[in-house]
Design a protein around this ligand. Structure first.
Ligand SMILES: Cc1cc2nc3c(=O)[nH]c(=O)nc-3n(C[C@H](O)[C@H](O)[C@H](O)COP(=O)(O)OP(=O)(O)OC[C@H]3O[C@@H](n4cnc5c(N)ncnc54)[C@H](O)[C@@H]3O)c2cc1C
Length: 393
C-alpha cells in the first residue's frame, strides 16, 4: 500500500516463500482451527521445516542467523491473512530471544534447537488473574529450597498456554503479603510440560479464536535450580528490557492487518453499487477512508523507522509504545469502518445472505480489539509516553 525502502531482495524472496507456505498449509485449515480454538501441533514442525521460525537466532543454535527484518516479513504475511492459529512471532521473536539472551550454554543447547525446528512450542507467562497491566503486582512465588525452586501461583490468558512444551514463567523470589505486596524481586523460570503440580486448561476467546490460550496453575511445582533463566531477582529488569521488542512485534502485526482491512474496504466500496454510482463515490465514505489512509501512511513510516532502529539495536522504549499505540488504534478504527461500510453484509461472515460482501468483518472487529489490550493496553502505553514527556523539556 505504501512505498517502503526497508527490505532487500533477500527479504522479498523470503516473503514469497512464506506466502506460499501459508497459502498452502495454513489458510485452507484456519477456519477449522478457529472452531477448534487451536492449531494442530504438526503445523509448528512444518513451519520450522519451511524456515518460518526463529529467523534471528544464530545458526549454531538451530536458527537462521538473519536480521529482524526477516521476522518482520513473516509477521506481515501472517497479519495480511489475519492468521492467529500459528503466531510464530511469540516463539521466534519473544520466547527464543529470551533464551538466547539470558540462557546459559546448557539451557540454550537444550531448548533453542527445538524451538527453532518447531519440535517444542514455547510460551511466556506473566499475566495473572488479578491483573496483567500491573507487572509489579505479580503474586506467583518462586521460593528456593536447596537445589530446587518451588513455584506456586496462577497465570492466565497465556498464548500457546495449553499446548506449550516450555513456558517461561515470571514469579517472585519471596512470599507476598496478604495484600499481594512484596519487596522481593522476580525470577524467570523455565517450566517444562509435565512438571508435577502444573495443571492447565484452555480458554475460549471470541477474538483471535484460533490462538491457543491457556490458564495455568502451579501448585508447589518443583523446578530444578538449573532452570532459572538469568540471575535471581533480576526478572523485572529482564521483563522491562524485552517489552520494547514485544510491542514492536505487535505493532508490526497490527499495522499490516490495518492496511489489509483498509484495502479490502476500498475494494468493497468501489464495487458496491448505488443509484448514483458506488458507495465510494459518497463524500462521507471518501472522507472516512481518507482519514484512515492518512493515519495509516504516517503510522507506517513510524513503525518502519522503529523496525530500522531495532534492526540496528537502538530501539527506544517510548517509540515502541507509540508504534503499538498508533498502529493498534488505527487497526480498530479500520475494522470499525470496514464493518460500517459493509452494511448488513458485514454481519454475514458465512455468506448465508447470498451476498459476496467482505468476509470476516465482525471477526476482524473482535480480532482487532485484542490488539489494544495484549502486550500493554492503550491506556498503559499512554501512561508510559505521558510520564516521559517532562524529559523532553
Ligand atoms: C489474545 C491474548 C493473548 C495473550 N497472551 C499473553 C501471553 O502470552 N502471556 C501473558 O503473560 N499475557 C498474555 N495476555 C494477557 C495480556 O497481556 C493482558 O490481557 C494485558 O496485559 C492486560 O491485562 P488484563 O487483561 O489483566 O487487564 P487489566 O490489567 O485488568 O486491565 C483492564 C483494563 O483496565 C485499564 N487499565 C489497566 N491498567 C491501567 C492503568 N495503569 N491506567 C489506565 N488504565 C488502565 C485498561 O483499559 C485495561 O485494558 C494475552 C491476552 C490476550 C487477550
Amino acid at each position: 500500500m505504501f512505498k517502503r525502502s526497508l527490505f532487500e531482495p533477500d527479504h522479498e524472496c523470503l516473503r514469497q516463500q512464506v506466502a506460499e507456505f501459508l497459502d498452502a498449509e495454513v489458510v485452507p485449515h484456519h477456519p477449522q482451527w478457529m472452531e477448534n480454538r487451536q492449531a494442530p501441533r504438526r503445523i509448528w514442525q512444518q513451519a520450522g521445516e519451511a524456515g518460518l521460525l526463529c529467523r534471528t537466532i544464530p545458526e549454531d543454535h538451530g536458527g537462521h542467523g538473519g536480521d529482524f527484518r526477516q521476522s518482520v516479513v513473516i509477521i506481515e504475511e501472517l497479519a495480511k491473512r489475519r492468521l492467529c492459529g500459528l503466531l510464530t512471532f511469540l516463539q521466534s521473536d519473544i520466547v527464543a530471544p529470551y533464551l538466547h539472551r539470558l540462557g546459559n550454554d546448557i539451557q540454550r543447547q537444550e531448548y533453542l534447537p527445538d524451538l527453532c525446528s518447531g519440535r517444542r512450542i514455547g510460551a511466556i507467562a506473566l499475566t495473572e488473574p488479578q491483573g496483567g497491566s500491573d507487572l509489579h503486582g505479580l503474586r506467583s512465588t518462586a521460593i528456593r529450597n536447596q537445589d530446587e525452586i518451588i513455584l506456586t501461583g496462577e497465570k492466565t490468558h497465556i498464548s500457546n498456554g495449553s499446548e506449550a512444551d516450555l513456558i517461561i514463567v515470571a514469579a517472585r523470589t519471596g512470599p507476598t503479603g496478604c495484600d499481594g505486596a512484596s519487596s522481593a524481586g522476580f525470577d524467570m523460570l523455565l517450566v517444562e510440560a509435565g512438571t508435577p503440580g502444573l495443571t492447565r486448561r484452555r480458554i475460549n476467546k471470541t477474538g483471535m479464536p484460533a490462538l491457543d490460550t491457556g490458564h495455568l496453575t502451579f501448585d508447589n511445582c518443583r523446578v530444578p535450580e538449573g532452570n532459572r533463566l538469568g540471575a535471581s531477582g533480576m526478572g523485572f529488569f529482564y521483563l522491562v528490557s524485552f517489552l520494547s521488542i514485544e510491542r514492536l512485534v505487535l505493532a508490526t502485526y497490527a499495522q499490516a492487518m490495518a492496511e489489509t482491512l483498509l484495502r479490502e474496504t476500498v475494494r468493497f466500496c468501489a464495487t458496491r453499487r448505488t443509484a448514483e454510482g458506488t458507495t465510494l463515490d459518497y463524500q462521507a465514505t471518501q472522507f472516512r477512508l481518507a482519514d484512515l489512509y492518512s493515519e495509516a501512511a504516517t503510522s507506517r513510516s513510524f513503525v518502519d523507522s522503529c523496525i530500522v532502529d531495532h534492526t540496528a539495536g537502538r530501539l527506544d522504549n517510548r517509540n515502541a509504545c507509540i508504534a503499538k499505540l498508533r498502529s493498534t488504534e488505527l487497526l480498530t478504527a479500520a475494522a470499525a469502518a470496514k464493518l460500517q461500510l459493509s452494511g448488513a453484509r458485514g454481519f454475514c461472515d458465512d455468506g448465508s445472505d447470498g451476498s459476496d460482501g467482505p468476509d470476516r468483518a465482525t471477526q476482524d472487529v473482535l480480532d482487532s480489539a485484542v490488539q489494544t489490550v495484549w502486550g500493554g493496553s492503550s491506556e498503559v502505553l499512554r501512561n508510559v509516553v505521558g510520564s516521559s514527556l517532562a524529559n523532553m523539556l
